[in-house]
Design a protein around this ligand. Structure first.
Ligand code: ATP
Length: 365
């Protein structure tokens, strides 16, 4: 049985010379959680994972596993299993020798090593592959060996650094499901690094979105997608329309905002940030493309626009909606029977931006 651990980072910073890679990071990853560090290249996610593994130490701040301070504990005393982006397998060794490596270092009895290696290979569906050479394996199989090598030591925490980025799209989808079901069956605390928002949304219990060394927001996939805290999170995670607006009125349960000659009513609701005073701050009105609806005519929260560049993807129609003031919205309509033939390029139509689907987002991040 794999022991579970909670990981806590408290005010962790890491600088490399002049470069601030990670800046005053506070994170708690709960026991058994699948937790993803998501962000663009260079935002500090790998450095964070490497500090959790012990491959580099924070410049300031503390890292705790349960209540044990491991900030400066070397990697081999931390009980973490790591899967690297390029797998880091030993090409001259067999599959079994690669997987056994961590147990040999720990000087376990030969019989126990053989049993645990076979069990780890079974877990990643590579039972019977022990005698193969690494060079005889496909990319997906090499990825599984790397996973078996991390799991065989029965770590308290599994760390995965962009493990799927070297695989083609089809294999990536397959491995995503496999890693997730393995993690669910073992219940092991898992920290996963990726720049791919689809991976993050579909696999994680919770996500931390990073930008420029700082954590911008943590939350469940639904919280991150439905209630992004700032413009960076809204645009990095999924597609979104961000329209600069001025706040005209703040009521008890709604805010009225203006963009060009349009007024929109936005529902106030936790956990979204809302401006306290009229005209205060710099705000975007945000709406996801799939939240925009076709409307029969003018009305509250409705706009008139020209339909442009319709793209049919099988499951949906994507199009641009150009408003009279130059604003361009992305809209997405599911391919349902009632939608077929209703959109034509260049046509003028009314669209509704439903009050409860609109968010006001501060222009930060
Ligand atoms: P990627 O997805 O490209 O790996 P990342 O989000 O994982 O990006 P990091 O690798 O953590 O980002 O890098 C964060 C910043 O720290 C970058 O500006 C990077 O150049 C810098 N950095 C990372 N490691 C070192 C190092 N060993 N020496 C100097 N600078 C480094």
């Amino acid at each position: 049985m794999i022991g579970l651990s909670r990981v806590k980072l408290s005010q962790v910073s890491k600088t490399f010379g002049e470069v601030s890679a990670v800046n005053q990071l506070d994170l708690t990853i709960n026991e058994g959680e699948f937790f993803t560090l998501l962000g663009p290249s260079g935002c500090g996610k790998t450095t964070t994972l490497r500090m959790i593994a012990g491959f580099c130490y924070p410049t300031t701040g503390r890292i705790l596993f349960d209540d044990q301070d491991v900030t400066r504990v070397p990697p081999h005393y931390r009980d973490t299993g790591m899967v690297f982006q390029n797998y880091a397998l030993f090409p001259h060794m067999t599959v079994a020798e690669n997987v056994a490596f961590g147990l040999e270092v720990r000087k376990l009895p030969k019989k126990e090593i053989a049993e645990r290696v076979e069990q780890a290979l079974e877990q990643v569906r590579l039972g019977g592959f022990g005698e193969r050479r690494i060079s005889q394996l496909s990319g997906g199989q090499q990825q599984r060996v790397a996973l078996a090598r991390a799991l065989v030591i029965r770590p308290r925490i599994l760390l995965l650094d962009e493990p799927l980025s070297n695989l083609d799209a089809h294999l990536r989808d397959e491995m995503r499901t496999e890693i997730l079901s393995l993690q669910r069956s073992l219940g092991i605390t898992t920290i996963y690094v990726t720049h791919d928002q689809v991976e993050a949304l579909s696999m994680s219990d919770r996500i931390a979105v990073f930008s420029r060394g700082k954590c911008q927001q943590t939350g469940t996939p639904e919280e991150i997608y439905n209630h992004p805290k700032n413009a960076f999170v809204a645009s990095f995670v999924g597609e979104t329309n961000l329209v600069p607006v001025t706040v005209k009125e703040t009521g008890a349960d709604h805010v009225t905002v203006e963009s060009g000659n349009h007024l929109f009513r936005v529902k106030k609701g936790e956990p979204d940030a809302v401006p306290l005073r009229t005209g205060e701050g710099s705000w975007f009105l945000s709406i996801r493309p799939e939240a925009i609806r076709l409307a029969d005519g003018p009305g509250s929260n409705r706009v008139e626009g020209w339909v442009k560049l319709i793209q049919f993807t099988g499951t949906s129609y994507h199009c641009k909606v150009e408003l009279g003031d130059g604003t361009v919205l992305q809209a997405l309509f599911l391919n349902r029977p009632d939608m077929r033939g209703r959109l034509r390029d260049g046509e003028r139509r009314f669209f509704e931006l439903p009050e409860e689907q609109l968010r006001l987002i501060p222009n930060t991040g």
